[in-house]
Design a protein around this ligand. Structure first.
Ligand SMILES: Cc1cc2nc3c(=O)[nH]c(=O)nc-3n(C[C@H](O)[C@H](O)[C@H](O)COP(=O)(O)OP(=O)(O)OC[C@H]3O[C@@H](n4cnc5c(N)ncnc54)[C@H](O)[C@@H]3O)c2cc1C
Ligand code: SF4
Length: 560
């Protein structure tokens, strides 16, 4: 502990893995502090375990989850296979403002949530980076698409993204491996949309961080269909499969699991952070680790919590918080406006293999025209398929008739599910709850967050336009809906340490560097100044790689 590392990275998930890779590849002696346990693919990945080998046949240990994971169980992925990758809610408490709820869905292990993510990756465009400056919500991003484009390339080339180039200005194309195939129902809907909506509404296969060809020593996906359970062939990207091994290969990374960062150590004379206070999760001993620079990659809410838990006489409201913006402007995509219906795709065809991916319809609202009811926009995920064994008995009856009918696939159905942009608003914020501590004695967060009228208007329109599209392509039995999901459920929380152009109104500059403390970088989702409507992790990764390279340059120039 007497050693001073070149860099400390807090967190080893999606962004921590990238920080570790970039910093070590540039020769920095880097300590990665990870709160959770080590993950060993051979023992922990469970994608090929069939339901009949699970105690509850895949139906979850519901009694145990009610006690240990009453919040995490709200996530579709926290199932009987993958619940072990989600936190224990009793050990990791937080509170919410009266009358509101927020689902904080988290993983605490080496790899973080990169193990369970859905792997959908969509670049942002200037429509997103300029949004705040156009309508006045939040602060202007200090960067534009041209600043981040080479870093999207850099990340995509390393992690491997399959997808189709579309040439749309609102969803820039990337460095794609061959796209996965649409099934015949999806092709019908794609062609129907083209016919009825011209180029305005476009259906494409999801762009996803799953390999369709061998890539950088990782194998192409074999379509076993499992999600969020690991992948022994390393076919989907996560930190354990790709970035952490790259960092380890440099010989420059020290990865320390069970290391819960408690707060940051600040030297007023130098105006630098000099290290991180840690609670060893096993022994509960307090430790300190020192470094020349610190990267916070602990996730949006955890990084804000770390700063708020590190007040000093100069920063009484939390470290690097002279702007008062740490913890503010929390966003999460609003999701759940959509529609589904039956589609008359060929009855003699069905799907083959289990494609771990769906379709995407890029944003089409407020792209060229201005919608009268809301700002910004939404995109659709979803897909087409035939009902299988799990389909309702309503369709099939009882007894022998029921059993026989299950030998055949069910009808073709198709669904669109909307993800909408959330505006940055100061009313959505987090603070330290003085009365609540986690299992390691660290003060917990109190979250104040709710969606506003604009978000609900987006979902209403998503439901309407989804039904309109299904109707246009000849679907029937259309069911349009708007789910009343609590914030957090989209698991795209971001914005609590925003980037900006002015130190008075933002926490980070254009390089994710704290305005107040030059050797502190924050590159997880907390840095986001707005939310776009695209899944955000590829943008976090690109910003992390960009910031790490900037930090290395600054160190070489002895500016840090
Ligand atoms: C089921 C699911 C589906 C998703 N699907 C998608 C998708 O399709 N596309 C997309 O873009 N995003 C998706 N996401 C979101 C994505 O996983 C996150 O955006 C991403 O993982 C955030 O990266 P991060 O590095 O900020 O945080 P994480 O990946 O969560 O990593 C944070 C790490 O920091 C560690 N940590 C936290 N606090 C401390 C501390 N005090 N001390 C030390 N270590 C600490 C944690 O243990 C963890 O390992 C999904 C998430 C889930 C759960
Ligand atoms: S579907 Fe593909 S990416 Fe997913 S676990 Fe199976 S092989 Fe891996």
């Amino acid at each position: 502990m007497a050693k001073t590392y070149d860099a400390i990275v807090v967190g080893s998930g999606m962004t921590g893995g990238w920080a570790a890779k970039e910093l070590t590849e540039h020769g920095l002696d880097t300590l990665v502090l990870e709160a959770g346990r080590m993950i060993t693919p051979e023992a922990d990945y469970v994608e090929h375990v069939p339901p009949w080998e699970k105690k509850f046949r895949g139906e979850r240990d519901r009694k145990k989850q009610l006690v240990d994971q009453p919040i995490q169980k709200e996530c579709y992925a926290c199932d009987e296979w993958s619940s072990k990758f989600f936190v224990n809610d009793r050990e990791n408490p937080y509170t919410t403002a009266e009358g509101t709820s927020f689902l904080w869905l988290r993983g605490r292990q080496v790899g973080g949530r990169s193990i369970m993510w859905g792997r959908q990756v969509y670049r942002w465009s200037d429509l997103d980076f300029e949004a705040n400056s156009h309508d006045g919500y939040g602060v202007d991003w200090p960067i534009r698409y041209a600043d981040i484009a080479p870093w999207y390339d850099h990340v995509e080339e390393f992690i491997g993204i399959s997808g189709e180039a579309l040439g749309l200005p609102q969803l820039p194309d990337g460095k794609f491996l061959p796209p996965m195939e649409l099934n015949c129902a999806e092709r019908m809907v794609r062609d129907g949309l083209k016919q009825h909506f011209g180029g305005e509404r476009v259906l494409t296969i999801g762009r996803c961080a799953v390999l369709t060809a061998d890539h950088n020593g990782r194998k192409a996906c074999h379509y076993c269909g499992a999600r969020e359970r690991g992948c022994i062939t390393l076919s989907y990207f996560n930190s354990i499969n790709a970035t952490l091994p790259a960092a380890r290969a440099t010989g420059k990374m020290t990865l320390r699991p069970y290391s819960v960062a408690h707060s940051l150590i600040y030297d007023k004379k130098k105006n630098r952070v000099t290290g991180v206070r840690v609670i060893d999760a096993v022994t509960k001993h307090a430790l300190e680790f020192n470094a020349r620079i610190v990267f916070l990659c602990a996730s949006t809410l955890e990084s804000a919590r770390l700063l708020l838990n590190s007040p000093t006489p100069d920063f009484p409201n939390g470290l690097a918080n002279s702007s008062g913006q740490v913890g503010k402007n929390l966003m999460d995509h609003i999701m759940g406006g959509g529609a589904s219906g039956r589609i008359d795709a060929p009855a003699d065809r069905t799907t083959f293999g289990r494609r771990p991916n769906g379709i995407y319809v890029p944003r089409f609202r407020n792209v060229k025209d201005k919608h009268p009811d809301f700002l910004r926009g939404f995109g659709f995920q979803g897909g087409g398929g035939r009902g299988g064994w799990g389909r309702g008995i309503d369709d099939a009856g009882f007894g022998p008739e029921f059993k026989n009918s299950l030998r055949e696939p069910g009808p073709w159905t198709f669904g669109f599910y909307g993800f909408g942009e959330c505006l940055p608003r100061p009313e959505n914020y987090v603070e330290i709850d003085p009365d609540t501590k986690d299992a390691w004695g660290i003060p917990a967060l109190k979250i104040h967050c709710s969606y506003g009228d604009n978000e609900w208007a987006l979902m209403k329109d998503a439901s309407y336009t989804a039904a309109e599209m299904l109707d246009a392509v000849g679907a029937h039995d259309i069911d349009a809906y708007v789910e009343r999901n609590a914030p957090g459920k989209a698991i795209h929380e971001m914005g609590t340490c925003r980037m900006g152009r002015d130190p008075k109104t933002s926490v980070l500059n254009a390089h994710n560097q704290a305005w107040d403390i030059p050797n502190l970088f924050i590159t997880d989702g907390s840095c986001m100044a707005s939310s776009g409507c695209q899944n955000p992790s590829i943008t976090y990764m690109a910003l992390t790689a960009r910031a790490a390279n900037y930090a290395v340059d600054q160190m070489k120039q002895r500016a840090l």
